[in-house]
Ligand binder design. Structure first.
Ligand code: SF4
Ligand code: SF4
Length: 271
């Protein structure tokens, strides 16, 4: 089973479109494919293929720290340990947990020598499963509205997708990541065999391509470039960046009214 990420530093380059088109391609070749939408803050693959999110198959939970002031000795070890700077500790005061920065890693309650931090379970997201046809499934993750740190949602979503892939003996799992290079993107890329970085021939596209190729290099994920709407701009800078990272541009997709129509009508899977 191959795990492929469809990613891109910049939003709006057509990453989800490419993810669906690739899924179609594998499925037409008779392969069993799962498309997993890891853009959990704003998933849209389901809209592109005319589906609705109705009943989740699973809820996603994460554990967040809760302080027991009676036990806390204000030693500060939890604040020193937290790698996300999610614990503020003023001299002589109790630690304050900043939930928006917390990645629910559990380090603080593991290190507290006085067992003053309790893990409190909270729902952080939902998973939806659609069978599009016998050889094609869509798995969608949706993070709870307002949740700042969505990396743990993506990690659990991927775990679900990979377990499901094993049960149906899938040939490919495609992970459509969020745009950017932040924590949820890293969580989606982590453990993938291969990535396609989708970009567009614009100065911003080139700038963000540089960032995502650098991230993939650091994560040691072999990556190839796909240029979307390749005939609508200047590809010089994109080619320069691909050369810099010794990465191949494997596909140039020209602007296509047919694709735009299918995209806006939610029938991209019919192409
Ligand atoms: S490590 Fe435990 S005892 Fe020390 S400040 Fe943090 S919560 Fe309090
Ligand atoms: S769970 Fe992890 S990220 Fe959250 S406050 Fe504790 S150490 Fe920091």
């Amino acid at each position: 089973m191959k795990k492929i990420a469809i990613t891109g530093g910049k939003g709006g380059t057509g990453k989800s479109t490419v993810a669906v088109l690739l899924t179609n391609k594998f499925s037409k070749k008779g392969k069993k494919v799962i498309l997993c939408d890891c853009d959990v803050e704003c998933p849209n693959d389901y809209l592109l293929i005319g589906q609705k999110l109705k009943k989740p198959v699973k809820k996603i939970f994460a554990e967040f720290p809760e302080l027991n002031k009676k036990k806390c000795q204000k030693c500060g070890l939890c604040a020193k340990t937290c790698q996300s700077n999610a614990i503020f500790l003023a001299p002589g005061k109790y630690p304050v947990f900043i939930k928006d920065l917390c990645s629910a890693c559990g380090a603080c309650w593991a290190v507290c020598p006085y067992k003053a931090i309790k893990a409190k379970k909270e729902e952080v997201g939902k998973i939806y499963l659609h069978k599009i046809k016998s050889s094609l499934y869509l798995i969608t993750g949706v993070a709870k509205a307002g949740l700042e740190e969505t990396g743990p949602v993506v990690t659990q979503l991927k775990e679900f997708a990979l377990n499901f892939a094993k049960t149906i003996k899938a040939d490919y799992v495609l992970f459509d990541t969020a745009a950017g290079i932040h924590c949820p993107v890293i969580s989606a890329l982590f453990g993938c065999d291969f990535a396609y970085a989708v970009t567009e021939p614009t100065p911003m596209g080139a700038y963000d391509l540089n960032l995502i190729l650098d991230l993939c290099k650091k994560l040691k994920i072999p990556t190839k470039v796909i240029i979307n709407q390749a005939d609508l701009g200047d590809k010089k800078e994109i080619k320069k960046i691909a050369r810099k990272f010794e990465t191949k541009i494997v596909k140039e997709i020209p602007y296509s009214k047919k694709i735009v129509d299918a995209y806006s009508q939610g029938r991209l899977n019919k192409l």
